[in-house]
Design a protein around this ligand. Sequence first.
Ligand SMILES: [Zn+2]
Ligand SMILES: [Zn+2]
Length: 323
Amino acid sequence: MMHRTEVLRSIDLEQLDYIQQKIEVVCDDDRQLPVGFAFAGKMFPVNRILCRCKIAEDHSGYGYLVELGDRNVFYLYNQPEDYHGSDLVDPSIWVLCFRVLQDQELMRLFLEDRKMLANIALKRVVDFHGHVCPELALGSKFCEFVQHLLGENILEDNNFSVLAENSTSALDAIQILLGVTIGNQRLMVMDYGKHNYSVYSRNKDKGWIFSMKVMNFGDEEAFYRLEGKIINNNALLEDIVSFQKLIDERVRRIFASSPEELFILEPTQCTQQQPQESTSLYTICAICGQQVLATRCIERRDKILCMPCFQKETPGCIHHGLQ
Ligand SMILES: [Zn+2]
Ligand SMILES: [Zn+2]
């Protein structure tokens, strides 16, 4: 399956088979989205819509990047005609514009461009995560520094843990590259939405915190303008492709930077208790009656409560994602 980011890169790189023919399209009644089209005497059902965009700034027509069951991706658009006829006549013309070349149709070099793997020794991470993105790149950079500490024997393999202050794509890089996972309890996540990462030796005598520096990519004006158009459903296909190019450029900049250029690195003390992978102790929530890890309970007026029940019981206590 081609990830949406790969499709957008392919459009930019013109890895396309141009068709440019009028077609018949079947739309679903409610949402006016194409569910299939007839081409060369055959019917092609649409499996998934990857992207919807306007075809021109001052035009009401829309274009769609669609994936079929055989994984081929096509771009088709509709052009509402000047409308004089009766309601029974479909007022629009559909054009099948191009098909995106599949992996096996591309030479290796061009395939690497599409997947953005040319200078990235991170194929395993990208394969696991599904695509390359700036958060994955940032997480990888943090890992690069931890790997340096391991190489210098400043940290010991399997004897350190990580605290991440976000739950973005970066966590996949950390779990794959460092082997610390949520499950083995060597990766803790406190989602403050910040690219801050702490690494501690297991006996807690050493620790470092990486805090991301405020980044200035120099593309902010274009970045936010395009992002705004996409959020407001006003983007043209070329806007969406340009936006992906800016994101890819950011990824390249992050990969080309040293960890020290991206993060402020300071020694830190481990103030919290390190979780141990041990036999778990459960207790029963006094309100919902479900079993809950004892270490995740809250005591309130002599009752033991789970966190969601505690939040419901406590006026004004709102936690994003839990409420
Ligand atoms: Zn990602
Ligand atoms: Zn409860």
